[in-house]
Design a protein around this ligand. Structure first.
Ligand code: FEO
Length: 409
């Protein structure tokens, strides 16, 4: 597999061309009417260097359905795109596949424009939407076993709990071979391009990996079940709720999701560290040398310059995770502590890990890092410590000791 590209601070415009406020027809009578958020740089703790989109879709038939909405502050953008196709009064159904506010945030603003519309959601979605917004008279829950006929087309629903919230579901239109799975297969990319082949697989894959590693990762078991459900469906387009629509790389993306949800790793290592006076970094470089000696590629991630959401993207497929911190005030460094809290919450499985770090007198940090890596359930390798500044002999000792723990490629 080609080594993934690293994308750094491309300011919200991965491609060429211009955004328009027009709807985009993705299938005959099916339109993208979402919103492009080029300014967002943080999404609940995840650095969105490329911005994102909130994708809503309009299906025009004998009855017309709007599938999902957008973040509240971008409501006008969505409404303008809907008006590019129809008068919103003609909308009969609003489908809420997921009640997180990036998709449900415009529902209350939309309802006055759609006087005859029912708002349909999953049984869990009904409860969550009411807890967000209070009683909504138009709200009805779907029967997951039966679809809704629009005319020539049918909306079928598949519950996908925990991909990404308990309410998450996918809408499937069999006559169009079109799946609308909300967060699943999404990517945080703001671009005027709407399709995977317009933007290119490398960037789509990289951003889908980052999205999976930082948002979907804890729910691998549920993702595997959802993928099993999808196997039975005839699909030639997947239109997620963030980023571009998949039409050329459906098979590739499903294969990546199978791998990620199965915690299948490659012979790769990520060394994550923060250093104070350079000693922990010297140790990191020595450990790097041990991996490279065995032919194992390494990503070095310095938490002063690398964001934890980018670190997680690198860790997604790595067999080895090494975390280094010097001791500061009887503790690990604060950025390392924040990273480990984040890592633990994302519930990776099937990894080998070790702690390392330098110290002056107390030396508590390495034990603390090791403790959290153990709580993560990782298969632990022996930790290494060095006092003040490790000399050449100590560094060679670290490398030799560490080489013994690594099985080569
Ligand atoms: Fe894109 Fe879970 O919301």
């Amino acid at each position: 597999m080609p080594r993934p590209i690293r994308i750094k601070l491309v300011v919200g415009s991965p491609g060429r061309g211009k955004d328009t406020m027009k709807a985009i027809e993705i299938k005959k009578g099916v339109y993208w009417v979402g919103a492009i958020d080029r300014k967002i740089r943080e999404f609940h703790g995840y650095k969105t260097h490329l911005g994102t989109t909130y994708n809503a879709y309009l299906v025009v038939d004998d009855r017309t359905a709007l599938i999902d909405t957008v973040k509240e502050h971008l409501f006008d953008e969505m409404l303008e795109r809907i008006k590019d196709v129809i008068d919103p009064k003609q909308i009969d159904l609003i489908i809420s596949n997921h009640s997180e506010m990036d998709h449900s945030g415009s529902i209350l603003k939309m309802l006055p424009h759609t006087p005859k519309a029912s708002l349909l959601t999953s049984p869990n979605g009904e409860s969550i939407l009411e807890k967000h917004f209070g009683k909504i008279p138009a709200l009805k829950k779907i029967d997951p076993a039966s679809g809704t006929k629009l005319g020539k087309r049918t909306l079928n629903f598949a519950l996908m709990p925990m991909v990404h919230w308990p309410d998450s579901m996918a809408t499937y239109i069999p006559e169009e071979k079109l799946l609308l799975p909300n967060d699943a297969f999404g990517q945080h990319i703001a671009s005027h391009e709407r399709f995977d082949d317009e933007l290119g697989w490398n960037i789509v894959r990289e951003e889908a990996a980052k999205y999976y590693a930082n948002i979907v990762m804890p729910y691998g078991t549920q993702v595997s079940k959802a993928l099993d459900t999808l196997e039975g469906l005839d699909i030639d387009m997947i239109a997620p709720s963030h980023g571009v629509i998949l039409r050329s790389h459906i098979k590739d993306m499903k294969a990546e999701y199978r791998k990620w949800s199965g915690n299948i790793t490659e012979k790769k290592a990520v060394i994550v560290y923060e250093t104070m006076w350079g000693s922990t970094e010297k140790m990191a470089n020595e450990i790097r040398g041990a991996f490279e000696e065995k032919g194992i590629p390494v990503d070095m991630m310095d938490l002063v310059t690398d964001d934890i959401s980018d670190v997680m993207t690198r860790i997604l497929e790595a067999e080895y995770i090494c975390v280094g911190s010097p001791t500061l005030n009887n503790n690990m460094m604060p950025k390392v502590s924040a990273f480990l809290t984040y890592l633990k919450g994302l519930a990776l499985k099937n990894r080998k890990a070790m702690a390392f770090g330098s110290y002056g007198w107390g030396g508590q940090s390495v034990g603390q890092v090791e403790g959290i890596l153990k709580e993560c359930g990782f298969d632990m390798m022996e930790s290494v410590k060095a006092q003040y500044v490790p000399d050449k002999e100590q560094l060679e000792g670290i490398r030799k000791k560490f080489e013994g723990h690594i099985s080569g490629s």
